[in-house]
Design a binder for this molecule. Structure first.
Ligand code: NAP
Length: 260
């Protein structure tokens, strides 16, 4: 398979790194020159990657699958001048822009799928959400950590919006380690301690065939300290705040989709 990337930024680099690390069978990966420092780094690191100056050259390089990895506000301007080969498959990584809009701007006639990979695909450790079935993308992302094919736009939005928790998860750790700092624990120790705790808990979540509610109860003796932390967190609006944050991102996502 030959693959192309239009927009060679952070997430394109993560996907390409994952493809290489997984030893996924690709003959060639053509990438657009921008971002120059990333495309140069990739072509210097991997013989399979070649940099092409124009976006159209990526499409014309004979690739079976073209990834679109520019920012939403760049998409219209980047896509409108392009001429896709009849039936050429497209994977749009562009947040919030519906598949129909990508088809309209690009004129692409092949299968267009939205994909939501996350940076840890570079280490083959993230599950990628797809907006619908695609044999090529399912095979590829399965090797990069796994795939969930959304069954509806509502599901796709929910799965995509859950990924916006990344900053908040670090923010929670930041808050706890700051509090530990006030109690005299040095930052490196606090960070190492929290990270290893969360790593172990994440592994429990992946391995155990139990809901998070069951896991929470299993980790909270009634009347015990763990239970107290969650009770106070909930009473003080912590759970509601998280739900509100997700709802606010959903509203923004729906508004952005409507605008396009
Ligand atoms: N990062 C993530 O975790 C993540 C996850 C899933 C989806 N996404 C989505 O993936 C897309 C890319 O995100 P990102 O984080 O990789 O952003 P990014 O690092 O800013 O990448 C955007 C890339 O597009 C390039 N670009 C801008 N104008 C271009 C043009 N006319 N022709 C060709 N390339 C052009 C930029 O190059 P210059 O630097 O030269 O301007 C940059 O390399 C976004 O739509 C984002 O929502 C990101």
């Amino acid at each position: 398979m030959k693959i192309g990337f239009i927009g060679t930024g952070d997430i394109a680099e993560a996907v390409i790194t994952g493809i290489m690390r997984a030893d996924f069978p690709v003959q060639e990966i053509s990438v657009s020159a921008r971002s120059r420092h990333i495309s140069s780094r990739l072509s210097e690191t991997y013989d399979t990657v070649r940099v092409l100056e124009e976006n159209q050259q990526v499409i014309d390089s004979g690739c079976d699958l073209v990834f679109l990895a520019v920012l939403p506000q760049q998409a219209k301007e980047v896509l409108e001048p392009l001429q896709f080969r009849d039936g050429q498959e497209v994977a749009s990584l562009i947040a919030t822009i519906p598949v129909e809009q990508i088809a309209d701007w690009s004129g692409a006639t092949g299968l267009i799928t939205r994909a939501v990979p996350l940076p840890p695909v570079a280490e083959l450790r993230a599950v990628t959400v797809l907006s619908g079935p695609s044999e090529r993308l399912e095979t590829l992302f399965e090797r990069l950590g796994g795939v969930i094919v959304a069954q509806s736009l509502q599901q796709l939005n929910a799965l995509s919006i859950a990924t916006t928790m990344m900053g908040t998860v670090f923010g929670i750790q930041e808050t706890v380690t700051e509090w530990m700092g006030q109690q005299g624990v040095c930052e490196p120790d606090a960070r190492r301690f929290m990270s290893s705790l969360l790593l172990a808990l994440a592994k429990t979540g992946v391995d155990a065939d139990r809901t998070f509610a069951e896991l929470r109860r299993a980790h909270s003796t009634p009347g015990g300290l763990n239970a107290q932390t969650f009770e106070v967190f909930s009473e003080e609006g912590g759970r509601d705040a998280l739900t509100k944050a997700l709802e606010s991102v959903l509203s923004r996502t729906l508004a952005a989709s409507d605008k396009n």
